[in-house]
Design a binder for this molecule. Structure first.
Ligand code: AMP
Length: 218
């Protein structure tokens, strides 16, 4: 399978700053060791500039990367979704968003790609029969849930969230979708904090990871 940009018409690639892997130009791709398609466009400084950085939130020492300021910018939001959409594997059948900021990304992506959206929700929100996955946070545990029967056997599901840090949330999402019978081969994020190792953990679990912006040193 080629790079996602291989599937796109050239005008689309030009319009959204995506070029073929072999082309030279102002853009470069990060290709992670051992992964066929894990890469990040390094050309998204325009989007990175729209993300608000809030030091010491929610606790001292954490730099909170606030995507709400990016979403507030009409063009920034549109470019975010268009650039993520260009990375999506063509055989994806469903977009799974993790509550709550993941929904904002997953909804728009599902809409532009003409796919359905699967909601991975916090506990106690789903009315029907459900399954869940518990995961560990820095302090304590959390849980996400999904409705039974909302993924078809072996259906290919794209996992989406606003940001990946340690990867606990995303790995729980992968586990939950697999419990539900689906297959997760790709996960996309607006922001990756690579030094926290989450993307590497997903890759170690066989999931290709794409992101638009990386903040090193967090
Ligand atoms: P993790 O499970 O550690 O990968 O954390 C990912 C989840 O926590 C995502 O849903 C993010 O929205 C949120 N998150 C973690 N760290 C940050 C951060 N520095 N800035 C903004 N959101 C964060």
């Amino acid at each position: 399978m080629g790079q996602p940009s291989d599937r796109l018409p050239l005008f689309y690639c030009r319009a959204f700053g995506i070029i073929k892997h072999k082309c030279s130009g102002p853009f470069s791709f990060e290709k992670s060791a051992g992964c066929r398609q894990s890469w990040r466009m390094n050309s998204n400084a325009d989007l990175a500039a729209l993300i608000r950085n809030i030091p010491d939130y929610p606790k001292p020492g954490i730099m909170f990367r606030d995507v709400s300021s990016l979403l507030l910018d009409a063009n920034g939001y549109r470019m975010t979704i268009d650039r993520l959409a260009a990375l999506v594997d063509p055989d994806t059948r469903l977009v799974a968003g993790i509550e709550a900021r993941g929904f904002i990304v997953a909804s728009a992506l599902a809409y532009v790609l003409g796919l359905g959206q699967l909601m991975l929700r916090k506990p106690g929100k789903l009315p029907g029969e459900k399954i869940g996955t518990d995961y560990t946070l820095e302090y304590g545990t959390d849980r996400i849930e999904m409705h039974v029967g909302h993924v078809q056997p072996d259906q290919k599901v794209l996992l989406v969230d606003d940001l990946i840090a340690t990867g606990g949330t995303a790995l729980a999402g992968v586990d939950l979708i697999q419990k539900g019978g689906g297959r997760v081969e790709q996960a996309l994020f607006i922001v990756d904090l690579p030094d926290l190792g989450g993307a590497a953990k997903l890759r170690a679990n066989g999931v290709r990871v794409g992101s638009l912006i990386g903040f090193d040193g967090d």
